[in-house]
Design a protein around this ligand. Structure first.
Ligand code: ATP
Ligand code: MG
Length: 362
């Protein structure tokens, strides 16, 4: 699997990190699945209870496809499994899909060819029941939000008719809305509903580690342990985002010939620069800018501490200064330039990381 990814620049990867290429490709690698344990348990549980209709919902990149494929590995042997990447538009195609699920083995096929074309979609349920011989059948359908209403109606009808069949449908959250608005009969049949959101910090680390080890690396290297928190904050633990951010950081490390990616490197990375250029700080009023500059050391400070750091020329008396600094801080906090946390009686303010870099080179 690794070899096919070897491409240009592989020498550099090898030299700096000991990899053939970047481990953070957008590729479905079911064996490297991490986290979502309770979701996986409820999925497997529902199938072993013979649930007919199960739903997996999640935003794009949350891991629906990977989860289904990982489940196939787990369940293979207990049931005949068939994965459909996208529901067909033509309902008649369901006929072919169902026929494929009960497709006989090679030898039996030699002697008895199923006469699919003679069967109408109305007869397929019974036809499948005869051929499945009591075997459990599992049909996994991905990208269901793309389906037409007609196609889903047929799928529901067929699923009702076929005994021993479990259906797992995956789609974007909007799919559930679509079901309740257009196919209430379908929605009511759903017994288990699994929602994928994001990985935890520990699972984020595990994802990164598995990808790196898959490429022949060790643990999370070149990422310093304390940089995982940054990746987590930046991606909210969203699997495809984790891959994207890691890949970008690795590319930048390659460009700069750096073999360690630590928080300092990240703070200077263009991942931050990109966001700052959007929120240009240049046009901020002088006082807002000077307060941000004081906070750019990264420390948490109370308004009084900030006043002490200010140039006395910038205020007429301390009482006035504290009031005005308070107002400015509130505004900066509203605009997400600083974060605010209550510490005892006072509020302490801290500059948001994306603005901190603004002052690093000044
Ligand atoms: N739990 C996970 N563990 C490890 N890798 C994951 C996990 N979830 C997702 N990934 C990785 O993140 C990427 C996106 O996952 P996936 O394609 O399964 O998401 P999806 O929900 O099906 O997205 P879409 O709605 O766009 O089809 C893939 O490269 C996959 O390998
Ligand atoms: Mg998918």
């Amino acid at each position: 699997m690794k070899k096919e990814l070897i491409g240009e620049g592989s020498e550099k990867y090898m030299k700096l990190f000991g990899w053939d290429s970047s481990p953070f490709v957008f590729k479905i690698l079911p064996d490297l699945f991490v986290g979502y344990e309770s979701e996986m348990q409820s999925l497997i549980g529902s199938l072993s209870n013979g649930s007919k209709f199960t739903l997996i919902l999640g935003p794009t990149g949350s891991g629906k496809t990977t989860m289904m494929k990982n489940m196939i590995n787990k369940i293979q042997g207990y049931a005949r499994v068939f994965y459909v990447p996208k529901p067909p538009n033509d309902p008649d195609d369901w006929k072919r899909i169902f026929a494929e699920i009960v497709r006989p083995g090679f030898l039996s096929r030699l002697f008895s060819r199923p006469k699919m074309h003679d069967i109408t979609i109305y007869e397929i349920g019974e036809w499948v029941n005869k051929r499945s011989r009591g075997k459990r059948l599992l049909l996994l359908v991905d990208e269901c939000h793309e389906s037409t209403q007609e196609s889903l109606e047929w799928l529901r009808t067929l699923a009702d008719q076929v005994e021993n069949l479990s259906l797992v449908l995956a789609g974007l959250p909007v799919f559930e809305k679509k079901l309740s608005e257009e196919l209430e009969t379908f929605r009511r049949r759903i017994e288990t509903r699994v929602e994928l959101t994001n990985l935890t910090l520990t699972e984020t680390r595990e994802l990164i580690k598995k990808r790196i080890e898959w490429m022949g690396g060790e643990d999370v290297k070149p990422f310093a342990s304390n940089s995982i928190q940054f990746i987590y904050d930046r991606t909210n633990g969203f699997p495809r985002e984790i891959l994207r951010v890691c890949n970008e950081l690795v590319q930048q490390a390659l460009d700069k010939n750096m073999s360690t990616i630590d928080p300092e490197f990240m703070l200077k990375s263009s991942l931050y620069e990109k966001r700052i250029s959007i929120d240009s700080v240049e046009e901020l009023p002088y006082r807002q800018r000077s307060i941000l500059k004081i906070l750019s050391c990264g420390a948490e400070m109370t308004p009084t501490q900030i006043v002490h750091e200010m140039d006395p020329k910038d205020y007429s008396d301390v009482g006035n200064a504290a009031r005005s600094v308070n107002n400015i801080l509130r505004r900066l906090s509203r605009d997400n330039m600083v974060t605010r946390e209550r510490k005892g009686k006072a509020y302490k303010y801290k500059i948001s990381p994306k603005f901190q870099t603004m002052f690093i080179n000044t």
